[in-house]
Write a protein that binds this ligand. Structure first.
Ligand code: AMP
Ligand code: MG
Length: 435
């Protein structure tokens, strides 16, 4: 328990974790919508809090991370009137007048070429080259007839002033923000930064996420399990999801289903910015995670959500000296762990990373075969999303329930069954959770 000592400083106070009667957190099982809203509220609060100083990071190492200071355009973009076509720069009115124009030269990308034309003139021009002064359009090479230096519009073609020219500064003006603070960096932002000469970016530091797998049956991946033992896969799937979210995983030793061991592993995890526990949050006799967190002084925002897989998911916060450390107790079944990460951990991790808008990614797809489910819970069933041209379909993958890692690894999404729908019919457009 965190307490205040006589000098007024917060310190860890030892506490007893002997079996107590009625020592579990008050139950608060909420709907999927409410659980999402609760996480969102905390994420929004976090998004406003000041973070550590930004880190200057090279472009390639910025992928998946979040911008702490905006990228500014260092000059107008485009920096000159840019031709978007291979063709001829000229005056639209001259071509419309159906008198042949005289081609006076050629401009390639990277050249300045003839810098101006007058009435009746045209310049052959390549995509990306600067349009000479005096020209107000670029007519495509496919749309003209050329005979030596004489140029005219092909039959049934027309051209308007401004066509195939991007004015200087139309995309961004010098000094303007082209990538705002709080943006997660992907290929487009890297392109925008590179175009502005920003070889390094100022990024928010990556949150450190402690992973604690719990369970007496668990052994590490490099150990040979006995028949009744299970390899710890959750610490690895979680680390992968954390890395994909642009944060830093910190794998802690497996905690046994025993109060003292759980407590000491949890304490050692509290240096991190976020704590993820897997397993030990169900109703079993040895599911002690909530009890130990409660004894450590945790607040609980929910202790379950009406979803499947993942119903026992727990979300709360611990006071650690002058910091607040959020935690999630994720159910140990491997598919539950993955789904609850995508639904709840990822948005909070987004906020801790500096990205205030991170949400689980849902898409719509046409269901290929009927799905039947019991009502009452929002279900997330492993499924395969398939795209042919622009037609997106989804088909459930057969599975043995939330412990079935093999079926999860054959899936690429989870199809969503709303809690009031016992039957989804083939042909319906439904939601899928992308992973
Ligand atoms: P629990 O949530 O602790 O009741 O565990 C539910 C199921 O998930 C049990 O079958 C566990 O053996 C399994 N499980 C728990 N933790 C892990 C883990 N880290 N890796 C793989 N399976 C696990
Ligand atoms: Mg367990």
């Amino acid at each position: 328990m965190v307490g205040i000592n006589r000098k007024g400083r917060r310190e860890w106070r030892p506490f007893s974790l002997h079996p107590l009667v009625n020592n579990s957190a008050p139950s608060r099982v909420v709907s999927f919508a409410d659980a999402s809203r609760i996480v969102r509220e905390h994420a929004d609060r976090l998004a406003g809090t000041p973070r550590h100083p930004p880190q200057l990071t090279s472009l390639f190492n910025s992928l998946g991370r979040v911008l702490a200071e905006p990228v500014y355009a260092d000059r107008d973009q485009p920096p000159f009137r840019r031709s978007t076509r291979d063709g001829f720069a000229c005056r639209a009115a001259d071509l419309a007048a159906s008198l042949p124009l005289t081609v006076i030269g050629l401009i390639r990308a990277g050249e300045t070429g003839p810098i101006a034309i007058t009435a009746g003139q045209a310049v052959e021009i390549m995509t990306g080259a600067p349009v000479p002064d005096g020209a107000d359009c670029v007519v495509m090479v496919e749309h003209v007839q050329r005979n030596g230096d004489a140029l005219s519009l092909a039959p049934d073609r027309s051209i308007a002033s401004g066509e195939n020219i991007v004015p200087r500064g139309a995309e961004a003006q010098a000094g303007e923000v082209i990538v705002p603070r709080g943006t997660r960096i992907s290929a487009a932002q890297i392109a925008a930064a590179a175009a502005s000469g920003a070889a390094r970016l100022k990024l928010f530091p990556q949150p450190r996420v402690a992973i604690v797998a719990t369970g007496d049956e668990l052994v590490e991946v490099d150990q040979q399990p006995l028949v009744h033992q299970i390899r710890n896969s959750n610490s690895y799937s979680l680390a992968a999801q954390i890395l994909a979210a642009g944060a830093q995983p910190v794998q802690l030793p497996i905690a046994r289903d025993e109060r003292g061991d759980l407590e000491s592993v949890i304490r050692s995890a509290l240096q991190a910015d976020l704590l993820l526990l897997s397993g030990g949050v169900s109703m079993g006799k040895y599911d002690l995670v909530e009890e130990v967190l409660l004894a450590l002084g945790a607040e609980f925002f929910f202790t379950g959500a009406l979803i499947q897989p993942g119903k026992p998911v727990v979300f709360g916060r611990l006071a650690v000296e002058d910091r607040q450390v959020y935690f999630f107790g994720l159910p140990g079944n491997p598919v539950s762990t993955m789904v609850t990460f995508s639904l709840f951990v990822d948005p909070l991790l987004g906020a801790l990373s500096g990205d205030p808008f991170r949400e689980p990614r849902f898409a719509q797809a046409r269901l290929v075969s009927d799905v039947r489910a019991k009502t009452g819970l929002t279900r997330f069933l492993p499924a395969r999303l398939r795209t042919v041209s622009t037609d997106v379909t989804v088909e459930p993958v057969s599975w043995q329930g939330s412990g079935d890692i093999a079926s999860a690894s054959r899936s690429n999404c989870f199809l969503v069954v709303p809690p009031d729908r016992p039957h989804l019919a083939a042909g319906e457009t439904i939601s899928v959770l992308l992973t």
